[in-house]
Design a protein around this ligand. Structure first.
Ligand SMILES: [Zn+2]
Length: 208
């Protein structure tokens, strides 16, 4: 397997449109391809723990270990496969459906109701780290299922700016790219192609 770099040379672009509303979209996009190469935001237990904590899917002081990080990444492939199949209107791979269903049924996605003196009543993820992970996987799987079966599924798109591999919701009708950076890259490539074509045309006009 290709080793993904964990410390991107260029910082990752801001979240793709829709990733703020769908954790599953954000999760799918945690594996991204910058022009500099592949970046995995879940590449190490530390970065994966941070990613979950930032999305309140795990306590801030929680730490994943390697096997749990592997399990988290193992759900991402199926989620990406299901999003891609939906975008291209293809039959979803049954293995991807099975993986999402396994995550859905392994743990209740509901945060428990807890009480302590400091916070009073509050929602809290179930504890031991295994359970925290199972809970996070169930939430991500449930969110993927909601996205894929809800009205926003129609808006789902893959970024049209290679080598980018992020998904987005086309919140503006004409949106094709996940970020300004990706749009600029396509425009720059088009301008370059135009200039090269113009040059080639001028050359063949000089030397018919
Ligand atoms: Zn993009």
């Amino acid at each position: 397997m290709k080793e993904a770099v964990t410390a991107p040379a260029t910082p990752p672009p801001p979240p793709a449109p829709g990733a703020d509303r769908y954790l599953a979209l954000d999760f799918a996009n945690s594996l991204l391809t910058n022009p500099g190469g592949e970046v995995d935001l879940l590449g190490t237990p530390e970065s994966a723990s941070r990613w979950l904590a930032e999305r309140e899917l795990a306590p801030a002081d929680g730490r994943l270990y390697e096997p749990c990080t592997d399990r988290l990444r193992a759900l991402r492939g199926p989620v990406r496969a299901l999003l891609a199949a939906r975008v291209d209107a293809l039959v979803p791979p049954w293995q991807a459906l099975a993986a999402v269903n396994a995550a859905l049924t392994e743990a209740p996605s509901a945060a428990l109701l807890g009480w302590d003196e400091e916070r009073g009543l509050h929602r809290t993820p179930a504890h031991p780290s295994e359970e925290i992970l199972a809970h996070a996987l169930a939430v991500l799987a449930a969110d993927a299922a909601d996205l894929l079966t809800g009205p926003d599924a129609e808006l789902l798109a893959a970024c049209g700016s290679p080598p980018c591999t992020r998904f987005l919701l086309r919140t503006h009708g004409a949106r094709h790219w996940c970020s300004t950076r990706c749009g600029d890259r396509v425009r720059a490539a088009r301008a370059y192609a135009k200039r090269t074509q113009a040059k080639a045309a001028a050359k063949s006009a000089q030397h018919p």
